[in-house]
Design a protein around this ligand. Sequence first.
Ligand SMILES: [Zn+2]
Ligand SMILES: [Zn+2]
Length: 143
Amino acid sequence: MSDYPVLRPEPRADVGGERLRQGGCSCGAVRFTLRGEPLVVGICHCTECRKATGAVAMAYADWARDAFTTTGEVRTHRGRSFCPACGSRVFHLAERDGTVEILLGALDEAPGDLRPTREGWIIRREPWLAPIAGAGQFDRDPA
Ligand SMILES: [Zn+2]
Ligand SMILES: [Zn+2]
């Protein structure tokens, strides 16, 4: 458990009027900024996402690669980058489709305003987790 304060930074906009969101690792050495709205927001319950996060499900949002900037040194394993000082997952640059995936918990704003619209691998969902109302439900990867 942590004693992090509740963070509600004012929504910021860049010169083009697009929304800016910021995030980073738990020690502050790695920071990133995302411009505009994500392409997709979802939850994945698959074994790989569970193991890679150590959480029972992974909440993520994907942006176009050119909407993303970052500072600080990272190490990367199978595309997943993390802070070498504190071990926090920070982002995943997907080579195949030119996107960057952010775990929602890495964003500064908490609680945030991004809501999952799809849930994948619900065959692995813990029985005490309820489906997200209105989100598409997929037994395995979302179509
Ligand atoms: Zn760190
Ligand atoms: Zn997954």
